[in-house]
Design a protein around this ligand. Structure first.
Ligand code: MRU
Length: 342
């Protein structure tokens, strides 16, 4: 199972809005459809939207390949600028767009046909790299998982959020596949229920023993000593270690610190924003009020109520035990260790 795949000039994505009830592909033939798919969360998860944006660029390149070079370049820039803004928090998106801009810049003497091929190859390279990175993170992460660990995780950080085995859920997978007798508690992750719909689906598919919990159950489990390790993903990590991830992650980190439970962030180095010094600079996406007032299209809150719906929060680095990357596990002092990963 792969979250997205490029086939004969089309981008096929698993429509994550419909899982687990319906397994359906959402097919993008144009970069504008990719832009929509990222915004509407057909595809979501930091590395997956990075890969989607890379293929969005490939679709744009195919759409404009008949244009004279100057028009091609200006249309490419228009599409890259739009894709760059499709969601604000996950830096993998901007990283993928920057990679495409740099590519066009480095090969500016080439003709349109050559550029189109380079862009397509670059998008494939983003995917291949993410797959290898996921395995490396999974293996490093497995070293901190005890033989009979009970693991708590938040949001969806698995194959659906990446193009490989996942970040935090990739570590869970590697621990399970290596024969460890693990048990997982998956937060359902209000309001979009990435845990309840997507992580639960991946856990069932893989046969990993797990319970789905309402987000508010985590505190009791942690206090009662039922959780050995907490694994979460990341959407953007500042160089001091402050980490933006799905709303609710910060709350878990406070609980972890209070009750002395190891709290690991699992993320590729593409999720590190090396230009950002601290988490206070991270732009937090706010999504529509309907995500909170409605469930599956049905209104559950009264008309007229105000809603505050930030999609992410920032966990301060002091609450993080370690950041598991494809280059190894980074620990405090993060502001000294993280820049070395560049
Ligand atoms: O809003 P989403 O579903 O895109 O948020 C996803 C997360 O917060 C994940 O934890 C994060 O992207 C890391 S997943 C590999």
């Amino acid at each position: 199972m792969i979250a997205l795949e490029y086939k004969q000039g089309e981008l096929h994505m698993i429509d994550q809005r419909k899982l687990p009830q319906v397994f359906e592909m959402f097919i993008c033939k144009t970069w504008k459809e990719v832009d929509f798919a990222i915004q509407d969360m057909v595809v979501r998860g930091a590395p997956a939207i990075g890969a989607a944006a890379a293929y969005g660029a490939a679709l744009a390149a195919r759409e404009y390949e008949q244009e004279p070079k100057a028009v091609f370049l200006s249309k490419m820039e228009e599409s890259l600028a739009a894709l760059n803004e499709s969601r604000p928090t996950a830096v993998n998106l901007m990283w993928a767009v920057k990679r495409m801009r740099n590519l066009l810049d480095r090969h500016q003497q080439e003709n349109v046909e050559q550029l189109v091929e380079r862009i397509e190859a670059e998008a494939h390279a983003v995917v291949a790299a993410d797959q290898a990175i996921n395995i490396a993170m999974g293996n490093y992460g497995n070293t901190v998982i005890p033989e009979k660990a009970t693991i708590l995780t938040h949001c969806n950080t698995g194959a659906l959020a990446t193009v490989g085995i996942g970040t935090a859920l990739g570590v869970v997978r590697q621990a399970f596949r290596s024969g460890k007798d693990i048990f997982v508690y998956a937060d359902e992750t209000r309001p979009r229920l990435q845990g309840g719909r997507l992580t639960a689906w991946e856990l069932v598919q893989e046969g990993i023993p797990a319970n789905l919990i309402a987000d508010s159950v985590a505190a009791t489990l942690i206090r009662d000593g039922k959780i050995d390790v907490i694994l979460v993903g990341a959407d953007r990590i500042a160089t001091n270690g402050d980490t933006a991830n799905k709303i609710g992650t910060f709350m878990l980190s406070v609980l972890a610190k209070t009750y002395n439970v190891p709290f690991y962030v699992v993320a590729p180095t593409t999720t590190i924003d090396f230009d950002m010094v601290g988490g206070n600079e991270i732009v937090i996406e706010e999504r529509s009020s309907e995500e909170v007032t409605h469930i599956d299209g049905h209104r559950t809150a009264p008309e007229g109520i105000g809603v505050y719906n930030p999609a992410f929060d920032v966990t301060p680095h002091e609450n993080i035990t370690g950041i598991i990357t494809e280059k190894g596990i980074v620990r405090a002092p993060f502001n000294e260790q993280i820049p070395k990963l560049k």
